[in-house]
Design a protein around this ligand. Structure first.
Ligand code: GAR
Length: 210
């Protein structure tokens, strides 16, 4: 089973769905550690309740972004993950960091990338008059929310939507999409090659049908 470390900053609902999916027999991945940049992240208690080890690296405990990342990289070197899943980790990883784990870092973002990278995604989709919105699982490269796309799921934007109601609707499909994308990556059915996500035909069908 592939060893997965999940990075969180907040509620950790995506981390929880990944962890629950990994409890299925024959699942090709297991969560070996949850890393947070916030002591206050609610997801930490959720991970601990499942018996998953956690580590916290508060940014303010380190003098610089580089030192913060060095500490996280040192922890990762000990854990030896095959795959890192960013799940609501609200910090941009440096090029140095992403290169060290190139092709093995996934992120979920609550928009149909390349539209609306960065913050306030849901409000920006509403303000743009979008009639559909959704989420994207992609490989993490050095730019924010811009690595090769692995999978996407769409939902309607309703006339009365607020950022909160849209976020809730998108989160529901995030919880379906991220475990499936992780499974396919863990099985080697999706991989990053020449800065593209290469998907085997059967896996492409699974993603299209989710
Ligand atoms: C999710 O909607 C995730 O896509 C988003 O934060 C939320 C975290 O929720 N991530 C980003 O905006 C990253 N740019 P969770 O902590 O309950 O999984």
């Amino acid at each position: 089973r592939k060893r997965v470390v999940v990075f969180i900053s907040g509620g950790g609902s995506n981390m929880l769905t990944l962890a629950k999916a990994c409890e299925a027999p024959e699942w090709p991945a297991e969560i070996t550690c949850v890393i947070s940049d916030k002591t206050s992240a609610d997801g930490l208690a959720k991970a601990e309740a499942l018996g998953i080890p956690t580590k916290v690296f508060e940014r303010k405990a380190f003098a610089s972004k580089a030192e913060h990342e060095e500490a996280i990289l040192a922890a990762l070197a000990e854990i030896g993950p095959d795959i890192i899943c960013l799940a609501g980790y609200m910090r941009l990883l440096s090029a140095d960091f992403t290169r060290r784990h190139e092709g093995n870092i996934l992120n979920i973002h609550p928009s149909l990338l390349p539209l609306f990278p960065g913050l306030h995604t849901h409000q920006r989709a509403i303000d743009a008059g979008m009639k559909i919105a959704g989420c994207t699982v992609h490989y993490v490269t050095e730019g924010m929310d811009e690595g090769p796309i692995i999978a996407q799921a769409a939902v309607p934007v309703l006339a009365q939507d607020t950022a909160e109601t849209l976020a809730t609707r998108i989160l529901t499909v995030e919880h379906q999409l991220y475990p499936l994308a992780l499974k396919l990556v863990a099985e080697g059915k999706v991989r990053m090659e020449d800065r593209r996500a290469v998907t085997t035909p059967g896996a492409a069908t699974a993603l299209a049908e989710q």
